[in-house]
Design a protein around this ligand. Structure first.
Ligand code: F6P
Length: 497
């Protein structure tokens, strides 16, 4: 007889679990249903990997109500998890995006703590864990993603101890002084420790997590490992990447190159085309970028007659208050710059509040002279890597915030501190004025990095390490083993991998 708490194994050897499926369910005005690519770096990174893998992807369809029946789309097997209207409000918009998101991004906006939101977060995490358990075959690998699902590894291990479980955190993991604000910090750490392997974007994020293990849960860490009961869990950096060959091929297509020319022509063939591409999110530093750009026009250091900024700001989390306030402020700022500097038939900022297909994005990357990435905090920032991957002629300049994971890898970028507006202005001018030789030198080193370290390498590095970590599970050493063991509460920084 089957045990209701121990579901029968499913048929998939690899199961990916993320808050969203790679496609969102959209109801058209005539009542028909269509599927649209869902936003964000997580989907952009995982989709190419999942298309090549005979696995299942478990996630939410992006609309409240019943989940669709499991379906196949773009060579992927997709399994929907239902969220009610209330759960969307309290688990997704509330705890995930008004509590954890600002907390993990260094409290750029004040996080909101509600006990009720936490309860719903727990309830929804359990539903995701159960859905994954139903898909996973005996001994399967389950790869859980991102801050919305931090309790899933622990819950999954309880119901399916046979699984090999990995977790990847796509966003920063904050320093302990900030993380400690979370009333449920211990439960979050313990939830994550259900995994065999925890991946972070940067070594600093992994070190922050290991410190949280010591301080919030009183556990012993040693190097990049932590003892959790009778298991040893590894926490290391695995910087995420993009489908570099895919973007390279797109950018070489005749129609995409023709579209890039058309974009420049439509903008009046400016001498300098600056580009920003972001989800409309307060972590992206869009206002800092606009302030710097507006002042450069005020100062006359950029000439309004031959400079254009295209800002793509794709709609995101539109019912969360902080996102609504940001949208108002960005749109007022764009209006002010265009009002001050625009002329009939010419405006310096082209603001586009839309999402675009990959072809259009590649054409924009090709059309631009300078790409602006000014995030105040960003786990990685895949847009920076996409821009580099598209520039096969080795021209173009990337202005990149130091506070992105990408800054650790893209040494050829013009680095900025987005809070230093004067520094941002000077660096934009340097990037705009950089000659072809300098651009090539910088672009070559960045292209080498994204070529050698693409998303398939990221996935195989992580899954290879997960294999090894899962294998080490049974013969894990005794607590406190290892020369540099740090004990609970000592506050010592663990060595990042
Ligand atoms: O990478 C951060 C992230 O929150 C992903 O988890 C998500 O896919 C993306 O940004 C977009 O966010 P949302 O799903 O809230 O629109």
């Amino acid at each position: 007889m089957s045990d209701p708490d121990r579901p029968e194994p499913g048929e998939y050897d690899v199961v990916v679990v993320s808050n969203r499926l790679p496609v969102d369910r959209v109801e058209e005005p005539d009542g028909s249903v269509s599927w649209r690519s869902s936003p964000g770096g997580l989907v952009a990174a995982l989709e190419p990997f999942m298309r090549r893998t005979d696995g299942a992807w478990v996630g939410w369809s992006g609309a409240p109500g019943d989940a669709p029946e499991p379906f196949d789309e773009h060579d992927m097997h997709l399994v929907g998890v239902p969220l009610s209207e209330g759960e969307v409000a309290e688990y997704y918009e509330g705890f995930s995006n008004a509590t954890l998101w600002p907390l993990y991004h260094d409290v750029i906006a004040p996080p909101v703590f509600h006990r009720r939101w936490w309860d719903v977060y727990v309830q929804v995490n359990r539903r995701f864990a159960e859905a994954a358990a139903r898909q996973a075959s005996q001994g399967a690998t389950v790869w859980v993603h991102d801050y919305q699902l931090q309790l899933v590894p622990g819950m999954l291990r309880e119901i399916r101890p046979d699984l090999r479980i990995g977790f990847f955190d796509h966003i920063p993991f904050p320093g302990y002084e900030i993380f400690a604000q979370l009333p449920w910090r211990r439960q979050v750490v313990e939830g994550l420790l259900g995994a065999d392997l925890l991946g972070f974007q940067r070594g600093a994020d992994a070190a922050n997590f290991l410190r949280a293990c010591r301080r919030a849960a009183g556990l012993r860490t040693s190097g990049s490992t932590v003892r959790a009961g009778d298991r040893t869990v590894t926490a290391r950096a695995f910087p995420i990447s993009i489908d570099t060959p895919g973007f390279g091929d797109l950018a070489r297509r005749d129609d995409v190159q023709a579209r890039a020319k058309e974009i420049r022509e439509a903008l009046g063939d400016p001498r300098h085309l600056l580009l920003g591409v972001d989800r409309l999110d307060y972590t992206k530093g869009i206002l800092h970028r606009l302030k710097a750009f507006g002042e450069l026009l005020d100062d006359g250091r950029l000439d309004v007659h031959d400079t254009v900024l295209v800002q793509v700001a794709s709609p995101s989390r539109e019912r969360v208050e902080q996102y609504q306030a940001l949208r108002d402020e960005v749109e007022a700022t764009v209006g002010r710059i265009n009002g001050d500097h625009g002329e009939l038939g010419h405006q310096p900022v082209h603001y586009l509040h839309h999402s675009y297909p990959k072809e259009e994005m590649a054409a924009l990357y090709l059309a631009a002279d300078v790409m602006l990435v000014t995030s105040l905090r960003d786990g990685m920032n895949l847009v920076a890597k996409e821009f580099v991957a598209c520039r096969h002629d080795e021209t173009g300049a990337l202005v990149l915030s130091e506070f992105t994971g990408a800054a650790d890898e893209l040494g050829g970028a013009f680095l900025i501190n987005p809070h230093d507006i004067q520094g941002v202005k000077d660096t934009i001018v340097r990037a705009v004025e950089s000659g072809e030789r300098e651009q090539r030198r910088r672009m070559r080193t960045m292209r080498k990095r994204v070529r050698e370290h693409d998303v398939s390498r990221w996935a195989s590095d992580f899954l290879g390490a997960l294999d090894a970590a899962g294998g080490a599970r049974d013969d894990a050493g005794a607590p406190g083993e290892g020369g540099d063991a740090a004990t609970a509460g000592d506050g010592a920084a663990a060595a990042p991998a």
